[in-house]
Design a protein around this ligand. Sequence first.
Ligand code: IPE
Ligand code: IPE
Ligand code: MG
Length: 254
Amino acid sequence: MIDRFWAKFGKPSSDSVHTLTKDNMPKHVAIIMDGNGRWAKSRGLPRIAGHHTGMKVVKQITMAADRLGIQYLTLYAFSTENWKRPKAEVDFLMRLPQEFLSIELEELIANNVQVRMMGYRDALPSHTIRALEEAIARTADNTGLILNFALNYGSRTEMTDAVKRIAEAVRDGELKPEDIEESTIAERLFTNGLPDPDLLIRTSGELRLSNFMLWQLAYSEMWFTDVYWPEFSESHFHEAIAEYQRRARRYGGL
Ligand code: IPE
Ligand code: IPE
Ligand code: MG
């Protein structure tokens, strides 16, 4: 079984000791990529050095997810609360998508990866949006891994906006309150059409959601590690998935 699995998906590039089974792969993995600043500080480097190294890890984990046959990878890159940071750090973060895509887009295309973005686009600098929109357009027909960047994303605003749109539909006579279902809400979130994450990973030792996918994570398995994002490796990723595969998801049943 395992041999056949690796024959199809290829061996991991790192020495992973974790046994994974193909049958029970999470379809959608979401990651809160945290700890860039602390990683840098622990090495006497500026925080932005952590973000820069973290960008390289994005590529490694994207490829690792692709090799495993995971269908959706959602990465929390910038929250609606991260604007509170010093302007220089925010400016650096807003330049990273461009840098990442200028280096990696061709390889993402070669690997049939489809790039998407969820979050509030209007507040993003035009250079950031331009780079992302180019990547989204050039990969729109790709049928492999969906790489979904959460950028200027905040879950409470996302839900508040969904509620506003529902209220407007009711006001305009397009929707009856008694017809509002869970799907009425889900369809108005950025994740419309995406399955809920099966597995949430957060690095850096923080045990919180920080306004990430509060609706969508209702029944996700969660896995936390003390490892800072710039040190997160394919082997850690496999460790998370191996743990996921050992869990019993019950959804309230038996
Ligand atoms: C995660 O690392 C990246 C972003 C939030 C943009 P941090 O920058 O939060 O790093 P820490 O948590 O301060 O170490
Ligand atoms: C969450 O990390 C946001 C991202 C990883 C993009 P933060 O570092 O912003 O979260 P808090 O402030 O520690 O909750
Ligand atoms: Mg942080």
